[in-house]
Ligand binder design. Structure first.
Ligand SMILES: Cc1cc2nc3c(=O)[nH]c(=O)nc-3n(C[C@H](O)[C@H](O)[C@H](O)COP(=O)(O)O)c2cc1C
Length: 206
């Protein structure tokens, strides 16, 4: 069963192929691939070019480091993320280094870096599953994350394996068709909730 997007309009194949699997193969992710993923993240846009993202990353081939990152995930995520080839925690610096004022878009920019990383991964035949389900306090303690920084997310990267490896709720989630809001529900024009003029009122099948 394909979980590729079924877009209403043409989009780039890399975007259509991306989705967040639970069934990861135990195949390792190479250091070369990992370096290119973070290189892709490095070239993301950011407000004032602050680059407020930081990543704490470990390959599964480095068992001690990998388990340390894994221990910062909530149990429900640990269950499947333990099979990923690469785990990373996404951290933001919450103020601008130029003036120490709050950077209210730091989380946005971490998201852009994560998106860059994700599409580089997709181009390399890898899958990414991002997580909010982490224990930020544990991560702060274990990795000595300093004041002025927040541990926000985690990212699992790896190769996919057939969903038959999963059971119960994870299997269910893995095989549930993907759903999305229609453009008219989030692209507004003249007023809140008013679809922008260029957005058709209804697309067949939505
Ligand atoms: C910031 C963020 C946090 C997420 N947190 C979790 C999580 O803690 N556990 C989980 O299983 N999936 C998590 N997801 C995955 C989403 O559930 C998934 O992206 C969403 O259902 C859409 O599916 P798709 O990525 O396959 O299109 C997260 C995704 C993002 C972007």
């Amino acid at each position: 069963m394909s979980k590729h997007a079924r877009p209403d309009r043409p989009i780039h194949d890399l975007l259509a192929r991306r989705w967040s699997p639970y069934a990861f193969d135990d195949r390792p992710v190479s250091a070369e691939d990992a370096l290119s993923l973070f290189e892709a993240a490095r070239w993301a846009a950011s407000s004032y070019n602050e680059q407020p993202w930081r990543f704490i990353a470990a390959l599964r081939t480095d068992a001690a480091a990998f388990d340390k990152v894994l221990s910062c995930l909530v149990e429900a995520n640990r269950q499947w993320a333990q099979h990923a080839g690469l785990l990373a925690l996404g951290v933001i610096r919450t103020t601008f280094s130029r003036n120490d004022k709050p950077n209210r878009v730091a989380l946005h920019d971490l998201g852009l870096a994560a998106a860059n990383l994700t599409f580089e991964a997709t181009a390399r035949g890898l899958y990414v599953h991002q997580m909010a389900g982490i224990d930020p306090d544990a991560a702060r303690r274990l990795f000595h994350v300093p004041e002025g920084h927040e541990v926000a997310t985690a990212i699992a990267v790896g190769y996919r394996t057939p969903d038959s490896r999963l059971s119960g709720e994870l299997r269910e989630r893995e095989t549930t068709p993907r759903a999305r809001k229609a453009l008219r529900e989030f692209v507004f024009g003249d007023d809140w909730n008013e679809p922008a003029a260029f957005v058709p009122a209804r697309v067949s099948g939505t």
